[in-house]
Design a protein around this ligand. Structure first.
Ligand SMILES: [Zn+2]
Length: 190
């Protein structure tokens, strides 16, 4: 069976990272090697660990370093490539990951958010929606019970509509909402 490019996408809190870690564990259980990758973002302390909200964690490599090594050395010595936070990747990096699937027949599983706090697609996610063989939605629910597909940025109890797409180290948090309540900026029931 030919390897595929997968995109598991969803809002915040839809257990993407925990699922990525479980997938790697499944590969290891079967005696196979899966690389665990994340983007190297600015303003981070540089630790190579992926943490899920429920406490699972695992060591990882940076996508940038991994792609550089593939460029230099050719076929990576892995049975699968698992990428967390894939929304932060560039269009070119997603293209390079798709080449790994097509040139070396190695499955690449990407996990990420579909849209940012303004409801716009992230660059990496847009490219994945274009290229992926398999699109799998990981879901979570709004407070009203509908499927939550949007990520509201919240600061001091108010929804933020302006600001940088990637904001780090601030006081803001994120709340997953359905489209209706995202538009209304309604964070909870009355
Ligand atoms: Zn709702």
């Amino acid at each position: 069976m030919a390897a595929k490019l997968w995109f598991f996408y969803g809002a915040m809190g839809s257990s993407k990272t925990a699922d990525a870690l479980m997938k790697r564990y499944n590969y290891h259980e079967r005696g196979m090697k899966a690389a665990l990758l994340k983007p190297k973002l600015e303003n981070r302390d540089g630790e190579k660990i992926i943490r899920s909200r429920i406490g699972l964690e695992g060591e990882c490599e940076y996508v940038e370093d991994f792609l550089e090594s593939v460029k230099e050395n050719g076929k990576p010595n892995y049975d699968a490539i698992i990428v967390d936070e894939a929304q932060f990747l560039s269009r070119e990096q997603i293209d390079a990951l798709s080449n790994i699937v097509d040139d070396y027949d190695i499955p690449v599983l990407c996990y990420g958010l579909r849209t940012d706090f303004q409801g716009n697609a992230f660059e990496g996610s847009a490219r994945l929606l274009e290229l992926a063989d398999e699109l799998i939605e990981t879901s979570t629910v709004c407070w009203c019970g509908r499927k939550a597909r949007f990520n509201a940025r919240v600061c001091n109890g108010h929804i933020m509509r302006d600001g940088a797409q990637v904001q780090m180290g601030g006081n803001e948090s994120y709340v997953a909402l359905c489209r209706r309540h995202f538009k209304q900026g309604k964070l909870q029931s009355d």
